[in-house]
Design a protein around this ligand. Structure first.
Ligand code: CDP
Length: 787
């Protein structure tokens, strides 16, 4: 596979040009088409009644008053859905989830009933007229409590005798135990990666339009994976798949929140099917924050074995995840704890063993891959915190400890002890550049001088390795659907083109970057290429956009189909130039006869000929589709260094400087890549500094709105300085690796390492996120801080 590319002119705008985002023209004019913009004739509105309590048996639901309200068309309950076998649905992790509760409610905010009305406000008001009697049960709010109590959360599940959602392990336990037995030193860390919410600006929603005459179900959905959702709708609702069309319009941020199938989608579709009119459901902000896919919530214990030369010889990790009431993650079925077993990170050592257990609790389902490749964020966090703990205990500089233990450039492809084959990397180069950009030694000197004056300056490092771009399909699937992706490319007679993809942008700029790949390969200006996603009737099958998989998989499919069309274009060019195809040379945009550059035809001439003057025996047209099954994942990496200062007066902390050196292989659009990194760093900062969803003892969610769950604004967000190295992926057709999530994955550890470093002389070795003032004060003063 070739990963080199000839630069194109700015007019063509191929790989490497910072083209302005095509899609922004409509967004900045307020002309995007989001789910709530969709209005269909005769459309009804749905509002969901949610449980106010975390755990209770439902003894009675009386909807008569609501049904009698003017404008109310129907009230849907779980009992009614049970009549259609729809009261429960399968989750993407092979569990089941209540659509509308019939027996019990299992978390605050769980769906209990739905009102369909002529107006959204009537629907909402009518929910308050539904009387539900709850017989309250013990609320289980932590996985530790869940594993100890006799109260069974999932008492409806055949064979479920405890609150364990899954157990899983990876690596060689015996070899790892032996490495620990022989270790000169062992360091350990217990930490909690807190429950977070992706909190996209646009909440989730659906407009279901089932035509009673034809049986056609057109479902507009805030979906990151429209094709997979279509198949699952067909399987769950028993609708014929050819009659289901999922349209995922413009999406105002997904971040993993729009991967699961939510009960609201199913109820709206069932209601439209029964009533015969379109039904719209759009969540409120609080509904989104309380009841849809949470992320993280990992209690992690990690240990490193070290030899006399400060080399790591082994790693053990055991994790306990809080899954909420249903196991509704979207993990590949082989990997119950996602890709947490990438937790050996950027380091070269032979032995590792990971044990994972998930527990059901009375919280909304968790475990979505919030801007991360399944569980890689938690993995990156534990190893990057652990190496800092090791360096501190050994009394060596954390950058030197990392460099000593890094996988070396010449070791790639590198087989990790838990079975990943890292494709390429140069970790030392990223580290060296980051240190130089931030003036690492200068800051260490300032830190030492500052300490003399009582200033609390800290320097934190994280050298992450990510794993993105699922498939290959031999290892990766979602509920049995193999993870590949697709691209369909049509070049029209006038030389303009349309590219249709199975992935779905939620703001990442696919309409621009995927056009740039075609521009690079065919020489058609990127501005002449329309990119279409998110309509299952009009795009080839794909598994969708999450886990930074679009560029590694659909991007590769786009390059391959473009190259296949270029091969056909060569034949047509030879016909037009009356030359042998092998005697033609290509430069972006035209073929010419070798040695006679004046004898040339442009790609536009060729496109016209494909429909008007193609060689005899050749099929007309210039179009094709390619399904790409990647041979491996891609492994982006980077080093982030951050300098913070803790205020000894109020225990807040501020960022003085931050440098992020990322390597995502070949960058298609450097400006878009930088935007992705800025966004990810902001989210990482939010996690480390301010963002927290907690629950009280009764299971009430504290963090149900943006006053409690803080989203950083430009005011709080620090300035970030970016650097890059480029180590192409050897197996990707254009050498690109994914990048959308790198900064969310890599940065939290850098921030926490920095704050711990600032106060380490008080004996502080760990701080859990978010590092809030009361926690810092507690750690310094040896007082356990309550939430
Ligand atoms: O799957 P998702 O789009 O979330 O993530 P991605 O594949 O990492 O891409 C995020 C955005 O960055 C897309 O517009 C990509 O095409 C762009 N990108 C790029 O320009 N160069 C790369 N090497 C990787 C991504």
């Amino acid at each position: 596979m070739t990963t080199t590319h000839e630069p194109t002119s700015p007019e063509i705008g191929g790989i490497g040009h910072s083209l302005r985002r095509k899609e922004d023209d409509r967004f900045i004019q307020g002309a995007g088409n989001y789910l709530d913009d969709i209005r269909l004739p005769g459309m009804l509105h749905m509002s969901i009644l949610r449980s106010p309590v975390a755990h209770a048996r439902i003894t009675k639901i009386d909807a008569s008053e609501a049904e009698a309200m003017d404008g109310v068309v129907a009230v849907v309950t779980g009992e009614m859905l049970a009549g259609y076998n729809l009261a429960w649905m399968p989750t993407l992790s092979g569990d089941t989830q209540a659509v509308l509760a019939t027996d019990k409610v299992r978390y605050q905010g769980q769906e209990v009933a739905a009102v369909i009305a002529t107006d959204p406000y009537i629907a909402k008001d009518a929910t308050s007229l539904i009387i539900v009697d709850y017989d309250e049960l013990e609320a289980i709010t932590t996985p530790q409590q869940s594993l100890q109590t006799d109260t069974l959360i999932r008492d409806e599940k055949d064979g479920q005798t405890d609150n364990v959602a899954y157990t899983w392990e990876s690596g060689d336990k015996a070899a790892t135990d032996a490495a620990f037995a022989a270790a000169a030193k062992v360091v350990s860390l217990d930490t909690h990666y807190p429950r977070s919410h992706p909190a996209p600006l646009e909440t989730c929603g659906a407009v279901a339009d089932v035509n009673p005459a034809t049986g056609q179900a057109t479902i507009y959905l805030t979906s990151q994976a429209p094709h997979a959702h279509r198949t699952l709708f067909a399987l769950v609702a028993g609708l014929p798949e050819e009659n289901i069309r999922i349209i995922s319009p413009d999406i105002g941020g997904g971040f993993g929140n729009k991967v699961p199938i939510y009960p609201g989608y199913v109820v709206a579709t069932a209601a439209s099917l029964v009533i015969g009119k379109p039904v719209k459901w759009v969540e409120s902000r609080s509904e989104n924050l309380i009841s849809t896919g949470f992320a993280r919530d990992y209690y992690m214990h990690g240990e490193l074995a070290l030899d006399d030369n400060n080399r790591i010889t082994g790693m053990r990790a055991s994790i306990l995840s809080d899954q909420g009431a249903f196991f509704a993650d979207a993990q590949p079925s082989k990997f119950r704890a996602g890709l947490f077993h990438i937790c050996t990170g950027s380091y070269d050592f032979p032995n590792a063993h990971v044990e994972a257990k998930g527990a059901f609790t009375n919280k909304a389902p968790g475990g979505v891959a919030y801007r991360c490749s399944f569980r890689v964020t938690e993995a990156s966090y534990i190893i990057e915190r652990l190496v800092d703990v090791a360096a501190a205990e050994l009394g060596v500089d954390p950058t030197e400890f990392r460099s000593l233990n890094f996988i070396k450039k010449e070791q790639f492809p590198y087989l990790s002890p838990t079975g990943f084959v890292y494709d390429s990397g140069d970790y030392h180069a990223a580290m060296d550049l980051a240190k130089q950009m931030i003036d690492y030694d200068g800051w260490r000197a300032k830190q030492a001088a500052g300490r003399e004056e009582g200033r609390l300056i800290g320097i934190g490092v994280a050298s992450f390795t990510e794993v993105v771009g699922a498939g290959p399909s031999r290892d990766y699937d979602i509920v049995g659907l193999k993870m590949f992706d697709s691209a369909e490319l049509r070049v029209h007679p006038t030389g303009k083109a349309i590219l249709k993809l199975g992935v779905k942008s939620q703001g990442q700029g696919h309409e621009t970057t995927f056009a740039q790949i075609v521009a690079q390969e065919l020489g058609i200006p990127a501005t002449d290429i329309k990119v279409v996603e998110g309509d299952t009737d009009n795009t080839p099958y794909g598994l969708g956009t999450y886990a930074s998989r679009s560029t590694p998989v659909a991007g590769a499919a786009t390059a391959v189909i473009s190259r296949q069309l270029r091969d056909k274009a060569r034949e047509i060019a030879a016909h037009l130039l009356e030359a042998n195809p092998d005697d033609l040379d290509w430069e972006p945009g035209k073929f010419f006869v070798r040695g006679s550059p004046e004898s040339s035809v442009t790609i536009q001439d060729i496109a016209f000929a494909a429909y008007t003057n193609h060689p005899e025996g050749m099929q007309a047209g210039l179009e094709g589709v390619h399904y790409y099954d990647p041979p491996n994942m891609t492994y982006p990496f980077g080093t982030y260094i951050v300098v913070v200062e803790v205020d000894p007066g109020d225990y807040t902390w501020k960022v003085h400087d931050m440098v992020a050196v990322d390597d995502c292989g070949v960058r298609i659009n450097p400006m878009i890549v930088e935007g992705q990194i800025h966004g990810g760093l902001t989210e990482g900062f939010a996690k480390a500094n301010m963002q927290w969803i907690t629950f009280d003892e009764g299971g009430n969610c504290i963090g149900s709105n943006f006053l409690d769950y803080l989203v950083p604004t430009a005011y709080e967000t620090p300035n970030f300085r970016l650097g890059e190295t480029v180590t192409p992926s050897p197996h990707h057709p254009i050498g690109a690796k994914g990048v959308g999530e790198s900064a969310t994955v890599g940065s939290p550890a850098a921030f926490v390492n920095a704050v711990v470093d600032a106060v380490s002389h008080f004996g502080v070795t760990n701080l859990d996120m978010p590092v809030l003032p009361h926690r810092l004060w507690g750690a310094i003063n040896g007082v356990e801080a309550k939430p």
